[in-house]
Design a protein around this ligand. Structure first.
Ligand code: TXA
Ligand code: MG
Length: 295
């Protein structure tokens, strides 16, 4: 299914057999819990025991949209969906095709990103086909994903709010509405899926500490994910933010990584990304996709 963040591998979120098939197709470890997606008019109380005032504020401001919230789950939610955790991750996507599908289905759909475990998330129907091909019966084509990085995940189950994954809603916007958010969650084991290595191309990706010098030629065995403009147009270079716009950069990130990965080069270098707005999510994905940094 399309969503505004990335394409999801969707199955009946309340059916353990369907959930098991998601894990099998993705080759995903069972300790990595799934997100349940719901229609705008779905009654959340059917799935969760409690909705805190902070959660309500966030839902009022950012749903439907690229924000996932944790809630204490009801028994109706299968343990397979939450990997045995007492909390369930829920998101109400904004993509009109996703909403239409969810309304028609009438019940939540579990949907992790539609890639093999640890690989680059797909942001087009074509990328889903390349990733999962014959293993799935249907790709619902909703066009290229508008946002291009996964949803922001917040733990709102205690007094403090924890950022578990940076994503489509920038931290600054969230803090404007609910005050300070704890960042320590981003690396915590609370989010088992937040594994160090993730979103990875097959070609080793190295993060540059400084931009590639514009007067220096790029070696023929090397591709570059540049942040700002590059003087000559080279097939091995993709420019994320020609206008310095990190929103547009996020929308292109996974597509460009896929394209550079398909060139058959020895390595991909990525330039530093400013830590502002969606830049936080882009940096997070690049860090997890990379094998390290280089000068
Ligand atoms: O934008 C998105 O969120 C996309 C689209 C398809 O909706 N979905 C997505 O799902 O990114 P996935 O499975 O690739 O990532 C979900 C993450 C996992 O890494 C998992 O660790 C975390 O959500 N998660 C799910 N339930 C959790 C829970 N109860 N506690 C902590 N983390 C949880
Ligand atoms: Mg994923």
């Amino acid at each position: 299914m399309p969503t505004e963040t990335v394409y999801g591998l969707a199955a009946d979120g309340l059916n353990p057999e369907a959930l098991a098939r998601i894990f099998a197709i993705k080759q995903r470890p069972f300790f990595d819990p799934l997100i349940l997606h719901m229609a705008e008019n779905f009654e959340l109380e059917r799935l969760v025991i409690r909705i805190s005032p902070t959660a309500r504020t966030l839902m009022a401001n950012f749903w439907p949209g690229p924000l996932t919230l944790l809630f204490p789950k009801r028994e109706l939610v299968p343990d397979l969906a939450t990997s045995g955790l007492p909390t369930v991750a829920i998101r109400c996507p904004a993509h009109p095709v996703a909403q239409a599908l969810l309304q028609e289905f009438g019940s939540p759909l579990a949907a992790p990103s539609a890639n093999k475990f640890g690989r680059i998330s797909p942001t087009s129907a074509q990328a889903v086909k390349e990733e999962l091909g014959d293993e799935i019966s249907l790709v619902l084509d909703g066009g290229p994903c508008r946002i291009g990085v996964e949803s922001t995940i917040l733990d709102v189950t205690s007094d403090k709010v924890f950022l578990l994954r940076s994503g489509g809603v920038p931290l600054e916007l969230l803090e404007e509405k609910i005050g300070p958010i704890e960042l320590s969650g981003e690396d915590a084991i609370k989010a088992p899926g937040m594994l160090k290595s993730h979103y990875a191309p097959r070609t080793p990706l190295l993060r540059l500490q400084e931009p590639w010098p514009r007067d220096q030629e790029l070696p023929s065995d090397t591709a570059l994910l540049a942040w700002s403009n590059f003087p000559v147009s080279v097939e091995r270079v993709r420019v994320l933010a020609p206008d310095g716009d990190e929103v547009a950069a996020a929308a292109k990130l996974f597509q460009y990584l896929r394209e550079l990965d398909s060139l058959g080069v020895e390595k991909i270098l990525s330039e530093p990304v400013p830590m502002k707005g969606l830049g936080r999510a882009i940096n997070d994905r690049l860090e997890r996709a990379s094998v390290g940094t280089t000068v």
